[in-house]
Design a protein around this ligand. Structure first.
Ligand code: SF4
Ligand code: SF4
Length: 103
């Protein structure tokens, strides 16, 4: 089952392409670090649960972790999902963890 909120599918394929785990906006977040440690287990679930996957916010919507730092730089523009779905032409066009899914 694929959950679709915006135009990017919230799938394992998107998770594996996503760059959010490398992003400085969330790299210091204890909430994200905890979710990252459990990610292998979370990815076995179908459907994926957005609160267990710290990334693919362009598909899943804004982060459920409340301790991200949006003063840092969003690296979505370098992600293959971003170019694949032409997210630069949508709204929002980055910081999906803060602003919600790509539409
Ligand atoms: S565009 Fe951003 S939120 Fe979407 S998959 Fe890529 S890095 Fe993750
Ligand atoms: S959506 Fe952008 S700002 Fe948010 S974690 Fe992913 S790459 Fe970083």
């Amino acid at each position: 089952m694929v959950q679709e909120i915006g135009k990017v599918p919230f799938t394992l394929d998107s998770v594996f392409k996503c760059q959010c785990l490398e992003c400085p906006v969330q790299s210091m977040s204890p909430c994200v670090i905890e979710a990252k440690e459990k990610l292998n287990e979370a990815l076995k679930e179908a459907p994926l649960k957005r609160e267990e996957v710290p990334g693919v916010y362009c598909a899943a919507g804004a982060a459920t972790c409340g301790d991200l730092n949006p003063d840092q730089h969003c690296i979505c523009a370098g992600c293959i999902v971003f170019s694949q779905y032409e997210l630069d032409k949508g709204t929002p066009a980055g910081y999906f963890c803060q602003r919600g899914p790509a539409k």
